[in-house]
Design a protein around this ligand. Structure first.
Ligand SMILES: [Zn+2]
Length: 684
């Protein structure tokens, strides 16, 4: 589940000192300000002061005042003594928390009719107000009243490289000061952000309505392989249907080949436009023949006009507008890695390609080949046979969860018990429960974090009239993993500015950590096994995990290479982008997949809808999986559930450090693929 990243959207926290291209403060004014500052604060650390002055100069706009006002603000608002600086920090922290929290509570209240069940049917105005953000103009307001200027001057920002090197010596307070430096260190007009949000929103609407009607699909003999009405959303449902055909079901291979063929048509955009989200036509994906469903008459219909790629271009062009305001990080690629993920692209590529080329992957592929009894096909990147099947049927589990959780409140009141089963002591378990509210959602469920310490984290889950079914329970435990992390990384924090985690991968790691223990929380006998992974299924889970990484890392490399290509070809048309993606996906395939799965130039890795709608979101997934694995490996060493819980809490109390600093603090070494490769070697 994608978590709603609220803090990030409230104060646009972008990491990096900005050199705006249109700054009006020249070098002579900067020097003038520095000598004025040296005069008023003879004891000041001038290197630190200069960093703040230069960052402020880069952000200063004509509307802020003349050069004299700049010099005056520097001389009067700079605080050189440690005590005064800490006081300023505390007051700014208080202001930020109060504003973010109040706005979020308002936002939450206004969204309730569209998000929650039992709040009545949402009307048109409810839908409109659900997109309203009370904090949208917060940064602009803080620049208007000069709080932002004071913040930048006294708390300058640091580059990723500086955080990873200087940060090794920093105290918690120095880390918090550095994070304060990131609150107002960019000044991008709201209209520019609105434009990129709109482009993303349109792309999201496009992918969320992209269904293939499987009951309308025909093989070349005119037979339907799917007889019941079935609309599959690309690529998620198509992939899951493909996966489900690894079980012993009729026509399994033919169905998988057919879904593969459909995916290729989508990537190439030669899919007939009329068969998307439409049941009026029958379609033969191999020959691409279209018939009117009712009359059976073969008709000529046009292909989809590269709409998929046009949406990507629209987002790219919107990001280029942001580039103009970020001289220090003038591309969406740089901002994604250096600001959001806080791992450089080079480092991520190194991690991914190490795993992709490893002998361990080759060995796992050999196991799959043996199990399937045939040569591998490209779609076997989604091989599903390692999933451990529970001995208990899903219907029995549902009967159990429905009885336990007839309402959202019943689940909420059971949180402390579940945490205690995992090893949390009673006080801590009840404290965490008191900060989580469980609500019945309209959608499949999500976690809404708390952004201030007077606010609960919210677990939104699906509860039917009969109570919570097993699927809903499984997702709820995942979301609870987000909530527990959110509560600890906010309520236990020494400084508000350090609340949170390095990036979204780290909250996903917690969510999966909990989700994997959902049976243990349900099953009395399993409790005795404590919090260690169940050894009987351990091997399968491990192989499933590394095969999943193999798949998503390749998909991520395609996403990354596509964005690089866009910046190298800013004038490209949608058709040119389409050809480039097919070629890029083929190149990645030839290098890391063709030797194991066959077929040269296969573009299958280009199927992910995230590439269309989420602008470089994909690399975050394998990062989350790596973090999760390293945490699991570390926590497995705990000798008792109590120790497990203590360690979990200690790790998530670190807050918003950089990923590598956080990992070193958590498990004693930076992010690495070596632990999972080592574990796979051991079981092979
Ligand atoms: Zn999640």
């Amino acid at each position: 589940m994608r978590r709603i990243a609220i803090i990030a959207s409230i104060v646009i926290m972008m990491v990096h000192p900005t050199q705006a291209t249109n700054s009006m403060i020249g070098e002579s004014t900067i020097q003038q300000a520095l000598s004025a500052l040296a005069q008023t604060h003879p004891q000041a650390d001038m290197a630190l002061a200069e960093r703040g002055v230069r960052q402020l100069a880069a952000l200063w706009l004509e509307a802020d005042g003349h050069e004299e006002e700049f010099v005056d603000l520097v001389a009067t608002q700079y605080i050189a003594d440690a005590e005064g600086k800490k006081l300023l920090f505390d007051r700014l922290s208080y202001i930020l928390e109060q504003c973010a929290q109040s706005a979020d509570m308002l936002n939450n209240t206004l969204q309730e009719p569209t998000v929650l069940l039992g709040k009545g049917e949402p009307t048109m105005v409810d839908w409109i107000i659900s997109g309203y953000s009370p904090m949208a103009h917060f940064a602009e307001d803080m620049f208007a009243n000069k709080i932002a200027h004071i913040c930048v001057l006294n708390f300058p920002a640091y580059t990723l490289d500086e955080k990873n090197t200087l940060g090794q010596q920093w105290t918690r307070l120095e880390w918090a000061y550095a994070r304060m430096g990131e609150v107002f260190n960019t000044r991008i007009p709201g209209s520019v952000y609105a434009h990129s949000a709109q482009a993303m929103n349109q792309a999201e609407n496009y992918i969320s309505g992209y269904n293939v009607m499987m009951h309308c699909v025909r093989n070349e003999d005119g037979q339907a392989l799917w007889n019941e009405p079935m609309a599959l959303l690309s690529h998620w449902n198509l992939r899951d249907e493909l996966k489900s055909n690894y079980a012993q079901v009729p026509n399994a291979r033919e169905k998988q080949e057919m879904i593969y063929q459909i995916m290729l048509r989508i990537i190439h955009q030669d899919i007939p436009e009329c068969v998307v989200n439409n049941e009026d036509y029958c379609w033969k994906p191999y020959s691409n023949e279209v018939q009117e469903r009712e009359s059976g008459v073969v008709v000529e219909r046009g292909r989809e006009p590269d709409t998929r790629y046009q949406h990507i271009l629209n987002i790219f062009h919107a990001m280029q507008q942001v580039d103009a305001y970020r001289a220090d990080a003038p591309s969406h690629v740089l901002r994604t890695f250096n600001d959001d993920l806080e791992i450089t692209q080079e480092e991520i590529e190194r991690l991914f390609t190490t795993l992709l080329q490893s002998d361990e992957i080759k060995a796992v592929a050999a196991i799959i080949r043996e199990r399937l009894g045939r040569d591998l096909r490209p779609y076997d990147i989604w091989y599903d046979g390692f999933k451990s099947r529970s001995g208990v049927s899903e219907d029995d589990l549902t009967a159990q969860t429905q009885k336990l959780y007839p309402t959202a409140l019943a689940y909420e009141q059971d949180i402390a018990r579940m945490l205690m089963d995992l090893g949390f002591d009673a006080d801590k378990a009840h404290e965490i429960q008191s900060h989580i509210v469980v609500e019945a959602a309209r959608g499949s469920g999500h976690a809404r974090p708390c952004v201030g310490r007077e606010q609960p984290a919210r677990l939104r889950t699906r509860i039917g009239g009969q109570g919570m079914d097993y699927k809903g329970y499984n997702i709820a435990v995942h979301e609870m993993g987000h909530n527990v992390e959110e509560v600890i990384s906010l309520y236990d924090m020494d400084y508000y500015l350090l609340a949170g985690i390095p990036n979204t991968g780290f909250t996903e790691a917690s969510a999966f950590l909990f989700q994997q223990r959902d049976m243990q929380l349900l099953n009395e006998q399993a409790k005795e096994r404590g919090s260690k992974a169940q050894s009987a299924t351990e091997v399968n889970e491990l192989l499933d995990m590394i095969w999943g990484m193999y798949e998503i890392m390749g998909v991520s490399l395609v996403d990354m290479a596509m964005w690089q290509w866009l910046y190298d070809h800013p004038q490209a048309s949608a058709a040119e982008l389409r050809d480039a993606v097919v070629r890029i996906a083929g190149d990645v395939w030839n290098k890391y997949y063709a030797p194991l799965l066959g077929e040269q130039d296969c573009p299958l890795l280009g199927i992910y809808s995230h590439m269309v709608g989420y602008a470089l979101y994909l690399p975050g997934y394998p990062i989350g999986q790596l973090v999760q694995f390293q945490l699991e490996e570390h926590l497995a060493k705990c000798s008792s559930p109590a120790e497990f819980a203590k360690e979990y809490i200690r790790i998530y109390q670190q807050g918003k450090l950089t990923p590598n600093a956080w990992m070193i603090g958590a498990v004693g070494q930076p992010m690495s693929v070596e632990p999972i490769l080592r574990a796979v070697r051991k079981v092979l």
